[in-house]
Design a binder for this molecule. Sequence first.
Ligand code: SAH
Length: 249
Amino acid sequence: MTELELLVDFHKDAERQGPGSSFETMKALNLIGVDKNYKLEIADIGCGTGAHTIVLAQNTNGQITAVDLFPEFLGKLDSKAKELGLHNRITTLKKSMNDLPFDNEEFDIIWSEGAIYNMGFETGIKQWKSYLKTGGYLAVSEISWTTNSRPKEVEEHWNNEYPQIDTVSNKIRILEKNGYMPVAHFILPEYCWIDNYYKPIENRFATFLEKYKNSELAKNLVDLEKEEIKIYKKYKDYYSYGFYIAKKI
Ligand code: SAH
């Protein structure tokens, strides 16, 4: 098994593959102020197993195209959608987020939680803009510095992991620069990380290591996750996901 296959296997049984919550998804949706009677076209990019995709389907009258690179994640979302009778409203699509088969101005809303970093925030919002109708909304969560300065250790850690990490005000500036009107933003609170993401991860360590008989690759993956959790717990005042809601003008 490759490192990537292990990573997908480790995350596929989780409810979510990044920090977030149904409450915060609803908060973002309410800030857009969607008309429940209107049949919206929504793209959910980098959906993973789609915890938020389900929330979007349950709280809009939308038709949702949920995109991810990994069929293992999409399969989980398909099953959940079927169980809940939402399969007619959610179509999964195995595609890379930087090679999407969408038409110009196809969508009313482009949603993406904890995933745009895979292509980089600015490249992502630029490319995806063409798929959005004028007057349509982008709702995207992106790791961001929550203060003006921070200790060197955390700065180095994240600059190494994701050099595009930046302050909230700079993320908003990038939206403005690229023809979006920033409508609202908020910061994901701690429980989105600890209770909804890191605790379930920690609970899977033992069975995962057992499954792979303590292989070096498996141990390495667990160590990396542990390191990330340690950094979060120590420096959570300095960074989080910012949820950005912006309108294409
Ligand atoms: N939105 C989900 C998953 C976030 S994790 C949640 O909040 O729970 C990031 C997701 O992006 C993963 O599901 C991963 O498979 C997906 N991903 C990574 N690179 C991608 C790419 N190039 N194209 C599409 N999806 C990608």
